[in-house]
Each structure stands twice: as C-alpha cells, then as structure tokens.
Design a protein. Structure first.
Length: 403
C-alpha cells in the first residue's frame, strides 16, 4: 500500500511517498513559492543528486499536480501512475477539542477543522487548502486522512490544560492548553518503549522535542499528561525565535512604551525573540555554538537560558508524574547538539540521570546515552512525524479500500 504524506504551508508543500508494506520512503520533496512562481525540489532514494526545477504553481492544486507528475516521471519517479497512490495523509496542526486521534476526512471533519481556524489561522488555512487541492486533483475515491499535531495531547486533564483566567473564556473561546508536536512525542515514546523492551503502558517518559520550535511532554503510561506548548506554540521553552513563557504584562507594557499593537508585539514574541532575540546572532544553535566559541557572551546567555528552561520543565514533570523511567531527546537540537543534552542532564544524578560522555559524542542516530548504572535511561531518538502520519493513514484507509 502506497501512502502520500502532505504537509501544506501557506506558500510551501512538503511531501513523502511511503510504501507501507516495507515502511520505506519511495520519494520525497518540497514545493516552494506556491502562488508566486513555483519551485520543485524532489529526491529519490536511488539517486544522489536532487531534482530542482522552476515549475509554475499558481495555487496548491498546481503544486499537487507537479508532485504527481514527478512521482510518475520515468527518470525521477517512483510509481507508474496516480492510481498507485492508495491514500493521502495530511498533517493538520490544530484539531481543537474535536479530535483526540487521526480521522478519515469527511465534510463534517472539514467543518470541524474550519472551526479551529481561529486557534491556528496560519496553519489550519493552508492545511485545508492542501486537502482541497488533493481532492481536486485526485478525486473523491482516494481516502484522505487528517493527522493532528494537537490530538496526542487531548488526554491531558483540566488541571493540566486550564489557564487560571475566568472560566467563561474557556467556555466561550476554548482558551486552554492544547500542546503541539504530538506526532513526534508519540513516535519517540513508542520507540523508547521498544528500546527498553517494556510496554509503554508501564512507563513514565519525558520527551524533549528540541528544534527550531521546542516542546517537552510528560507521557505517563503512554498518555500525554502535560506538555509545555499551550494555547499556541508560543508557550513553554524559549525557542529559535519564540520567547516561550513570559509574564503577560510585558505585552501591554511594550504596546504602551513602543507604540505597538498587541498583534505587533506577539509577532515580535514569535519571530524576533528566543535564541535570536537574546543573542542577536542567530536562531540556529550551530551559529550560537560558533559565536560561543569566539567568546560571545549573549550567545552563551541565550543557550544557558534554553538549557535552564529544559531542566526546569523536566524537573516539574518528574514531580508531576512521581518519577521518570526515561528522558528522550529528539528534533534538530535534541538529536544533534551534544552540549545541550549534556548541560540539561548535568547535576541530575540524584534523580538517577547520568549521561555517558563517550556515548553522547555521537549525533543523529537512535541510541541510549546514559551510563550503564543509571536508573533513568536517556535516549536520543530521531523523530519521524511523516512515518506516524503514514501509519495512521494506512490504519484508517485500509478498511475503506477493502470495501
Ligand atoms: P528542527 O526544527 O527539528 O528541524 O531543528 C532545526 C534546528 O536544529 C536548527 O535551527 C538548529 O538550531 C538545530 N541543529 C541542526 N543541526 C544541528 C547540529 N549539528 N548542531 C546543533 N544544532 C543543530
């Protein structure tokens, strides 16, 4: 069974084609500058070089047509015709309180995703555009599945997801913590249980998705118990360009003193804060490391603030779950930056956490980096959100295809 995974943004669209019998990626790529001019980058696992061409894309439907054309191309493609795509899985960012799991997309599902637009306008609108583009190009007979970033966290209790503001705002606007990166937290927690040879339902895990956007989740017995991102992805840790948790009074203070609207300040908190805002150097940890090596004090401060926040959240989740069996590092920073992993886990021996500096040398591969006697395992697990989307799509589409 072949599954096409689509992650649609406002002017970009990422895709991966999976053979779900082998779970292998047959091809993947990226459409950019949709609605402007159009550019396609495509990769086949059987070729070293990439296909990079300007392809006119006036809208997302044109982008999907370009994707299908390259997927069936004799030289670069992976399948003989569009019919060989059995189902499509879409990443959808916000499922609100409607979706605690992935679903087959129907008219009612589309209405519910539309109802979540106010919660994530920058994401849900292009996600819906991607869904309608696939329908337009591939027709109604290919099942389409929605996999939500928020769904995994729907197991949280009100005590974890409510904000202490007047209750009526929850009732009126559904203002609460939702959490994001759900597919990533779900994937790495399942991998960790497998590495430990124990059922997920027995384990207390803390999954640290540390990338350009970062979030940490407490996973108790396989269920998301608490997570650091909130109503939007702005909450929690300081990130590449996002501020993370701040005193909300700062917003009105800046509006008044800088003559800005609340929207402009939120834009600054999303795009000009975090590692970039503190260091003044970059949002990228590789650039921060280079600057730190040259003695840049603000780059050092930014990284120390990040590490300290990760530590604080881990500590609070250990307290909340009453212990921890494993800590997992994933995403760009978690998989690659050994100094972040080391600094986060330093001085945590009293909790049974101790990293082996030799094992921690490596990067980008699945490994246990804790010293042998440590009570708590520390894992690096490269995330694979696309595979989770493809697996959920297979599970939900298969019964429909058999009918
Ligand atoms: P992601 O959002 O998961 O794609 O992560 C992207 C971020 O990972 C980049 O902005 C970098 O900060 C970080 N990153 C990627 N590779 C490395 C590396 N080799 N060392 C340190 N940080 C890295």
């Amino acid at each position: 069974m072949n599954v096409l995974v689509i992650n649609a943004g406002s002017s970009s669209l990422k895709y991966q084609l999976f053979d779900m019998d082998t779970k292998k990626v047959l091809a993947k790529g990226l459409c950019e500058r949709i609605g402007i001019d159009g550019r396609l980058t495509h990769q086949s696992p059987f070729k070293d070089e990439k296909y990079k061409e300007n392809v006119p894309m006036k809208d997302h439907a044109d982008a999907i047509r370009a994707v299908i054309d390259i997927l069936i191309d004799k030289e670069w493609g992976a399948i003989s015709s569009m019919d060989k795509i059995d189902a499509v899985g879409h990443r959808v960012v916000h499922g609100g309180e409607f979706f605690a799991d992935s679903v087959v997309i129907t008219d009612d599902v589309i209405k519910a995703i539309e109802a979540c637009i106010p919660l994530a306008p920058l994401h849900n609108v292009p996600n819906l555009t991607g869904i309608s583009a696939c329908k337009e190009v591939m027709g109604d007979n290919v099942p389409q599945i929605a996999v939500f970033d928020t769904a995994f966290h729907q197991t949280m209790d009100p005590v974890e997801y409510m904000y202490a503001i007047p209750y009526e705002y929850y009732e009126k606007y559904k203002i609460r913590r939702y959490g994001f990166h759900g597919t990533s937290h779900k994937y790495v927690s399942a991998q960790a249980a497998e590495m430990m040879g124990r059922p997920l339902e027995e384990l207390k895990l803390i999954t640290c998705h540390l990338g350009n956007g970062s979030s940490i989740t407490a996973i108790n017995k396989g269920k998301s118990m608490d997570t650091s991102m909130g109503f939007t992805p702005l909450d929690g840790l300081p990130m590449g360009t996002r501020a993370g948790n701040i005193d909300p009074a700062i917003i009105s203070f800046l509006c008044e003193n800088e003559g800005k609207t609340a929207e402009e300040v939120i834009n600054i908190l999303n795009k000009k804060s975090g590692m970039l805002g503190i260091s003044g150097v970059s949002s990228d940890f590789r650039d921060l490391d280079a600057a730190i090596n040259e003695g840049d004090e603000r780059a050092k401060l930014a990284k120390n603030m990040f590490v300290n926040s990760v530590k604080k959240i881990i500590g609070s989740y250990v307290a909340e779950m009453g212990g921890v069996d494993a800590i997992i590092f994933t995403a760009g920073v978690g998989e690659n930056d050994r100094s972040v992993r080391w600094d986060v886990c330093e001085h945590m021996e009293y909790l049974g956490i101790k990293i082996d500096p030799e094992k921690n040398k490596y990067r980008g591969r699945q490994m246990d980096i804790s010293i042998d006697w440590a009570r708590v395992r520390v894992f690096v697990i490269p995330t694979n959100e696309e595979l989770v989307i493809a697996e959920d799509t297979k599970k939900l589409a298969e019964p429909l295809l058999k009918k």
